[in-house]
Write a protein that binds this ligand. Structure first.
Ligand SMILES: Nc1ncnc2c1ncn2[C@@H]1O[C@H](COP(=O)(O)OP(=O)(O)OP(=O)(O)O)[C@@H](O)[C@H]1O
Ligand SMILES: [Mg+2]
Length: 310
């Protein structure tokens, strides 16, 4: 008897392919491509490239969390909004802070309110359910419809945080001890996790995710992104501003390179102030929108003086 197991492969152009492993004398056959793999292709307000779309679609097909890293301002948070918009699902945003614990995402038992009610006699304090407040993870599990859950900046919390989430993210269920109740996700939420790389994430956590690093956009994609935000911008201004912006990013030893969102803001100021492209060529007006460290401002002045830049 030949025992054959199905293999799954994610291929951006063809979707989730299920095929029998290749063996001598046996033609590789594609068994099923029935899943609608290319679900996410960006939105009118959020532009993507093939590799980002493939990562999102892999995560959707495998029903695993998508871990997204990338420089600040490369659209990690906005990605979750775009996925929610394109799949027409509600978004639950969980912004992680240095003090956030995994338990906060599940539920909090509001003992202070219960004590207050007991003292001032408001409502039935025996009904503990009234004092259980679901956190973002709890709400995404208990939602009757599928949701997109954004766990934003997972690296802000301490190292235990991602480890403490492993079980719940795997099983999509958790227990509320105070009420003896189990919350089980009716439908697995689409989980998107962002990180700014401030801390290494544990391997056990990484194993459970699909990973994507958002590369800094090339000039062509950047111009398209700028046009999303400034549809009426004229060609000469966008060309000049983008060239100047990329030159600035490549100044050696710059500490904080300006990001996409800073370029979008800078172009907004340029348009509002009516600065012509000739002035853009001579100087970089409104530099404070792009550079946020005095060392970088000084560095740029020195570079200009030495004539390296124009
Ligand atoms: N692909 C994109 N399409 C459209 N706009 C984009 C895109 N990427 C970035 N932007 C612009 O950049 C801004 C910043 O995006 P976002 O806040 O998602 O970045 P981030 O990676 O989460 O940054 P941070 O790490 O600082 O939180 C957006 O509000 C939007 O203006
Ligand atoms: Mg963000």
């Amino acid at each position: 008897m030949i025992v054959r197991t199905l293999q799954e492969t994610c291929e951006p152009s063809r979707g989730l392919i299920l095929r029998w492993p290749h063996s001598p004398g046996m033609k590789e056959e594609v068994i099923s491509t029935t899943l609608p793999f290319r679900k996410f292709t960006g939105t009118t307000g959020y532009l993507t490239n093939d590799s980002l779309e493939a990562a999102v679609n892999c995560a959707l097909a495998l029903e695993k969390p998508l871990l997204v890293k990338g420089e600040p301002g490369t659209g990690k948070t906005l990605l979750a909004q775009a996925v929610a918009e394109s799949l027409e699902l509600p978004l639950i945003h969980w912004p992680v802070k240095s003090t956030t614990r995994a338990q906060d995402g599940l539920y909090v038992y509001d003992t202070v309110q219960r004590l207050y009610d007991a003292r001032f006699g408001d409502g039935d304090v025996k009904d503990i359910k009234r004092y259980i407040k679901l956190g973002p993870l709890g709400r995404s599990f208990s939602s009757p419809t599928r949701v997109v859950l954004l766990i934003d900046e997972v690296d802000k919390a301490d190292l235990e945080f991602p480890n403490d989430l492993l079980h719940e993210l795997d099983k999509m269920r958790f227990f509320i001890n105070e009420t003896n109740e189990e919350i089980v996700a009716a439908q697995r939420p689409v989980v998107i996790i962002t990180s700014n790389n401030e801390k290494e994430l544990p391997d056990a956590f990484l194993r459970r995710c699909v990973f994507h690093f958002i590369d800094f956009p090339d000039q062509e994609l950047m111009k398209r992104i700028v046009r999303v935000h400034h549809p009426r911008i004229d060609d000469a201004l966008i060309d000049q501003a983008v060239v100047a912006f990329y030159e600035l990013r490549t100044v050696p030893r710059i500490r904080k390179r300006p990001s996409t969102s800073e370029l979008v803001d800078w172009i907004s100021v340029l348009m509002q102030s009516g600065v012509g492209t000739d002035r853009l060529i001579r100087e970089l007006p409104f530099l404070g929108v792009l550079l946020k460290k005095e060392q970088d401002v000084e560095l740029l002045a020195a570079v200009k003086k030495s004539g390296i830049r124009r």
